[in-house]
Design a protein around this ligand. Sequence first.
Ligand code: PGA
Length: 233
Amino acid sequence: MRYLLGNWKSNGNGALLDAFSSQWPKFPNTIQVGLALPFPWLTHPFSCAWRGAQNVSAFGPGAFTGEVHAGMLKELALDFCLVGHSERRHLMGETVAHTAQKVAALIEQTILPVFCVGETLAERQAGQLETVLERQLEPLRAIKASVLIAYEPVWAIGTGVAATPDDADQAHSWIRNWCLAQGLVVPPILYGGSVSPQNAHQLAQIASIDGFLVGGASLKPDPFFEIGAQLAR
Ligand code: PGA
């Protein structure tokens, strides 16, 4: 099974969701498709196969103003939730400890965590790719429940410069070997970072890529559907 997950970030509205819903039947049904939506749109009716959130509180219910806990997401019957997206790690100060709490909270509510990891350009240039991945993956070490991993190099997110198929393959293979070394069942590993209809075909040829997490190109139905068609081939 391959996966195509869109990440709307802080974008979109109900009308856009309606546009996706009306075109949904065009989607190849051989891949698992979903959208990670901003909280206000999670209750908007739409016919997307999977509905997901982009974030969850590290805490349970209580006095945590502005937080949305995993039990609330469960009530909305969500399928998945992103954890550790680079924008949360780098712009909102999310730590490895937070990501560990969030994964645990989601698993307790049987919501699939989509666990995002990836290095900055400076880290890559300093030869720290593997150290960074290892540090970020730590919360998954003892997790026996199902997760998805998304490898999203920070330098590729929103820049228009995707990783080359070789670079993505190298990182995906490293993550795969790390999982095996921990005695984990290797989860599906998605690639994210400037995936577009133009580069999806080449990236989709790589066997270690089990799908895409798509930001900018998930904000209109046509490019998103086109990427889905490339993935399904
Ligand atoms: P992008 O974002 O496709 O716009 O690069 C990907 C992501 O942040 O998940």
